[in-house]
Write a protein that binds this ligand. Structure first.
Ligand code: F6R
Length: 617
């Protein structure tokens, strides 16, 4: 959480920083701030709220902000409320050092006490202000250069950070460092761009160095990059990569919100995730990360899937897929629980971590714990080069492209697509799936992108109608069974996070063990009731809700005639084998959440209290 950006070069820094911040807002939008440096001074602006508030504040000052070094920050509050005092950049007591920070300094309080004893004072409640003053203290006490003071300070702190530090009197140098939180450095002909996410500077350069944990860099105007290890100042060779993202992928285009764009991108993103992996008509599936480690998967006694939020829901779907197709027992764990309960893991255990951002702090910590205990860790990540992607033993990217809307949509279906491919490969190699079924599922999987496209076309108008009727209710229930139970959980999560309507997902049969007490004529209940599998059972569950006057919204197959008669509202989708059905059933649920939030006038891409990348635990 929090987005940071910095620039050092020959261009005016302000437009680069402010436009970069707009692209980083998905990481947090409680407050924002910038500092642009000129010889021996700087202009500093901060405000509560979003970047456009900051821009408004700056333009109302009518002061020209000039300077070729600049830093900016957009905050997701951890220490201290979301106001302009806690907003970054933070300044040291002497006014000499200015810092932006993403992460959490766990031992900040102990350091603060020492600094207070040494006469330092603090304006904000943040851990970051403590860090900048620690740097100042060590610099003055020991007569250190800025880079050495930063390095030694970082060796004193416990926690996670990506930081940019500038000295007022030497704005031609900036120091950056990383541990735990992401930091990328864009390089263009001795011009430097630093950011939590390279999408914020992609229109200036595609040459990027991803700093690794424990690395810092000293950037000097017009000079080559100087990369070092924080622990011992050892000089490192920078490895610069070429980014493949194109600008269109990070723009809204004709769509009002990124979330809607990303929902509509799913036919393409699923196809991209299948590309080169599912070869039709030969019906060959190949994922390199699986191919090179086939024996580990084939002989796995059990598989544990670890993730958070929507990725955890994809993991639950993965449990159904893997158990059904490979007959290997699977457990699915919240990363935040897994990492703190001393899990029993050993050498032959297989852990699958799933993460869109590849930066989720709990998932990353779970991964590290699993590796430490000797398990084999396979990653399913969307963001190329992210911390999780770099730390796993092997993995598969989801190729969904940048997901900017805070509510995850296309990453979810891409994760499920990878899990289907993985289950089919392992199942085939373990002979737990016969050749006919394998071929049939490969063929049907190949048809999914087209069917998603068709679904998007046919469900749009009915979902708008349903949303108009229910946008003002206080509660929603989502019910599904089998592989569509996690889809019900995901539908409920989508609705609550962007519309703030309370919503719960349950396995349909669990209703009568408690939640049915909530049902009355005001309660909309969404059923995923596709024709295979549990169809008759779910029809009975629908009748139970109708008997209590609940309003029933069903997602059914196009050729269904039975549920059609029972429900208040019917959303029809094309048929596919049940095991692939989450890729279709989730589409109307994403759209329903979107339309309801839209009618309620919510800020869909930036829902309150949330951030896209949860880099704190
Ligand atoms: C919900 C959502 C979150 C994320 C969760 C994990 O729409 O986006 O629940 O799924 O924070 O994030 P990743 O997948 O980046 O690890």
């Amino acid at each position: 959480m929090c987005g940071i950006i910095g620039y050092l070069g020959h261009k005016e820094a302000y437009p680069i920083i402010i436009n970069g911040l707009k692209k980083l807002e998905y990481r947090g939008y409680d407050s924002s701030g910038i500092a642009v440096f000129y010889k021996n001074g700087y202009n500093l602006y901060k405000t509560k709220g979003r970047v456009y508030e900051l821009e408004k504040k700056i333009s109302s000052c009518k002061k020209k902000i000039k300077g070729t070094t600049g830093i900016g920050h957009t905050r997701w509050a951890t220490h201290g409320i979301a106001d302009h005092i806690n907003a970054h950049p933070h300044v040291s007591n002497s006014n000499e050092l200015i810092i932006i920070h993403n992460g959490i300094i766990e031992n900040y309080y102990a350091i603060k006490i020492i600094l207070l004893k040494n006469g330092f004072t603090f304006k904000s409640q943040t851990d970051t202000e403590v860090l900048v003053n620690l740097i100042e203290y060590l610099k003055k006490e020991n007569k250190l250069s800025l880079e050495e003071a930063v390095r030694i300070s970082l060796n004193e702190i416990i926690g996670a950070y990506s930081i940019v530090v500038v000295e007022k009197s030497h704005p031609e140098t900036i120091i950056i460092a990383k541990l735990g939180s992401p930091l990328s450095l864009g390089i263009n002909n001795k011009e430097f761009f630093v950011a939590s996410d390279p999408i914020s500077f992609i229109n200036y350069t595609k040459s990027v160095l991803y700093l690794k944990d424990g690395e810092m860099a000293i950037l000097k105007k017009g000079k080559e990059l100087d990369l070092r290890k924080i622990i011992d100042n050892h000089r490192l060779n920078p490895i610069v990569k070429k980014l493949k993202i194109n600008l269109k992928e990070i723009e809204k285009g004709e769509y009002k919100y990124f979330m809607l764009k990303e929902i509509y991108e799913q036919p393409k993103t699923i196809l991209d995730t299948l590309r080169g992996r599912l070869l039709i008509p030969e019906k060959i599936i190949c994922i390199n990360g699986v191919e090179f480690n086939k024996d580990i998967f084939i002989h796995a006694k059990c598989i544990t899937i670890v993730a958070c939020g929507t990725s955890w829901h994809a993991g639950l779907i993965g449990e159904y897929l893997l158990e059904e197709l490979t007959r290997i027992p699977v457990e699915v764990e919240y990363a935040s629980e897994f990492r703190y309960r001393n899990p029993i893991l050993g050498k032959n255990d297989v852990i699958i971590v799933i993460s869109q951002s590849g930066e989720t702090a709990d998932t990353l910590a779970a991964l590290k714990l699993a590796k430490k205990k000797g398990a084999f860790v396979f990653g399913i990540c969307n963001v190329v080069g992210s911390s999780i992607a770099r730390n796993v033993d092997a993995g598969a990217y989801t190729h969904a492209g940048p997901e900017i809307g805070v509510a995850s949509t296309k990453a979810f279906t891409a994760q499920i697509t990878v899990l289907i491919l993985l289950s089919l490969i392992i199942g085939k190699n373990r002979s737990t799936i016969n050749n006919n079924r394998y071929k049939f599922l490969c063929k049907e999987l190949g048809l999914i992108p087209e069917k998603v496209d068709y679904t998007l076309k046919i469900v749009d108008s009915i979902i708008r109608k349903i949303s108009q009727i229910y946008y003002n209710v206080n509660n929603f229930l989502y019910l599904g069974r089998g592989i569509n139970f996690p889809v019900a959980l995901e539908g409920a999560l989508k609705l609550k996070e962007i519309s703030y309507i309370h919503a719960e997902g349950y396995p349909a049969a669990e209703m009568k063990h408690g939640p049915i007490a909530l049902v009355d004529e005001n309660m909309p209940v969404v059923f995923v009731a596709i024709k295979e599998g549990f169809y008759n059972k779910i029809v009975a569950n629908i009748q139970e809700i109708k008997a209590r006057k609940g309003k029933v919204i069903v997602i059914i197959n196009e050729d269904d005639t039975q549920v059609n008669m029972l429900a208040d509202h019917v959303i029809k989708i094309p048929s596919t084998p049940e095991i692939l059905s989450p890729l279709l059933t989730v589409i109307p649920l994403q759209l329903l959440a979107y339309q309801i939030a839209y009618i309620r006038g919510e800020n869909i891409d930036q829902p309150r209290n949330l951030a896209k990348s949860v880099t704190v635990e």
